[in-house]
Ligand binder design. Structure first.
Ligand SMILES: Cc1cc2nc3c(=O)[nH]c(=O)nc-3n(C[C@H](O)[C@H](O)[C@H](O)COP(=O)(O)OP(=O)(O)OC[C@H]3O[C@@H](n4cnc5c(N)ncnc54)[C@H](O)[C@@H]3O)c2cc1C
Length: 416
């Protein structure tokens, strides 16, 4: 495709999507000395904020809204970042270097970064549009859940993934009865597999959750337009004051697809985070990026990726010779369990899980292995081990399984 045709005088670097990734890209452009115009366009009314607290401390009421924002309000003007909130981009003309906005106006750019994130997947069952069927993505969603937990005595959570389980823990903390429904045999099965998923099953049943795995949902039932329960395919009915849906997200890649950019499961970018058009980049939840260590494209829906990937994208936009090769990393907090996960494992791409420490007391590291190579490691209630776990995974070297399971062998000594 063409370079700067049709718009040669424009020097603006424009970012579409004012979430964590968009804000970090703007910050990096300035930190790297870029002194041209930076425009950050976002369809939400709030300035960029981080989402992890929305299902944890903010939902629990232990942190304030202000703590979620990426930067203080004055940061944007102080750094010459033209932040335009409540602004939806509806079209991209990559060769013309021009955006169309929802109000019909146009915006020209020299280089473009897409950080449009992702959107919760709707539940495709009858009744999913009733009042009281709730999703969690934005600050206002978290506020609504908080209100619900104040008024409700029982809720159903559909989907035992990260969002569903963290929301469940917050509901239990508010003394709300929770039934969790999932089609898989254990929570988080797709990400963690059966053995480790079972640990999360026990964590939640120990906290009084009615966990029902292997269930199919037929319908969300309602009365007077408001959800009042869930009907399962086997005819069982679970009553609820509200139904919370957390069944995954889809990347907001429609803009890119309509513009003719390569899109699959997200916007395809190379290791420099550049799309199929030389002046358009993508980062964060929306990007399906070629990962040099893994040798394939992956799309990562996690905070650390939204924090680091746009920094590489911003440098690449400035012409620096950079690639993104960090291993995926994510974390969760549920009740008194905190964990960090480093690495990447396709479902069924590992042979076995090796544990170091005690799964009963929930203080351990789980390692996913293929042959004698460690693909990923997850530390639960044990801290300051992410660096050696990352080194172990990144090294690609074979390890001694007995030493791997032995807490007396320092992790750093496992990489030869
Ligand atoms: C409740 C919750 C809890 C989470 N907890 C964790 C956690 O514990 N650990 C972890 O690792 N990850 C967690 N995550 C995931 C993490 O928050 C995401 O990976 C991160 O928010 C992705 O950032 P992003 O900037 O790529 O996208 P987003 O945060 O989705 O931001 C994209 C922005 O672009 C806007 N936008 C989209 N299309 C347009 C358009 N056409 N025009 C203008 N603006 C547009 C969107 O409205 C949004 O504001 C959590 C997510 C949620 C929702």
């Amino acid at each position: 495709m063409a370079g700067n045709a049709g718009n040669a005088g424009n020097t603006a670097f424009t970012i579409v999507g004012a979430g964590l990734a968009g804000a970090k890209a703007a910050e990096t452009l300035r930190a790297e000395g870029f002194d041209g115009p930076i425009v950050l366009l976002g369809d939400e009314r709030e300035r960029p904020y981080e989402r992890p607290p929305l299902s944890k401390s903010y939902l629990l009421g232990t942190s304030e809204k202000e703590q979620a924002f990426v930067h203080p309000p004055e940061w944007y003007s102080q750094h010459g970042v033209d932040l335009r909130l409540g602004t939806t981009v509806t079209g991209i003309d990559p060769d013309g270097h021009r955006l169309t906005l929802a109000d019909g106006s146009h915006h020209d750019y020299a280089k473009l970064l897409l950080t449009t994130g992702s959107t919760p997947r709707p539940l495709p069952v009858p009744g999913a549009d009733l009042d009281g069927v709730l999703y969690l993505r934005r600050l206002a969603d978290s506020d609504r859940l908080k209100e619900t937990f104040r008024a409700a005595s029982r809720v159903v959570v559909i989907g035992a993934g990260w969002i569903g389980l963290e929301t469940t823990a917050a509901a239990r903390a508010a003394d709300v009865e929770v039934t969790v429904l999932d089609t898989a045999q254990v929570p988080l099965q797709r990400v963690l597999g059966r053995e480790v998923g079972q640990i999360f099953a026990e964590l939640h049943t120990d906290h009084g959750v009615d966990l029902r795995c292997g269930t199919q949902i037929a319908q969300i039932t309602g009365s007077g337009g408001h959800a009042d329960g869930v009907l399962l395919a086997d005819g069982t009915r679970v009553e609820a004051d509200a139904v919370i849906v957390g069944v995954g997200v889809t990347p907001n890649s429609g803009l890119a697809a309509a513009a003719g950019l390569d899109v699959g499961n997200g916007v395809h970018v190379d290791a420099r985070l550049r799309t199929s058009h030389p002046d358009v980049y993508a980062a964060g939840d929306v990007a399906s990026a070629f990962h040099p260590l893994l040798g394939k494209h992956i799309r990562v829906e996690h905070w650390a990726n939204a924090l680091h990937q746009p920094q590489t994208a911003a440098r690449a936009m400035l012409g620096q010779d950079v690639i993104y090769e960090r291993l995926p990393y994510f974390f969760t907090d549920q009740y008194d369990l905190g964990m960090e996960y480093t690495g990447y494992v396709d479902p069924d791409a590992y042979d076995r899980v090796v544990f170091r420490g005690s799964t009963e007391s929930r203080e351990f590291i789980a390692f996913w292995l293929a042959g004698r190579r460690v693909l990923a490691g997850m530390n639960v209630n044990l801290w300051d081990v992410t660096d050696p776990i990352r080194a172990l995974v990144a090294s690609g070297q074979t390890v001694d399984e007995i030493a791997l399971a032995d807490p007396d062998v320092p992790l750093g000594e496992l990489v030869m």
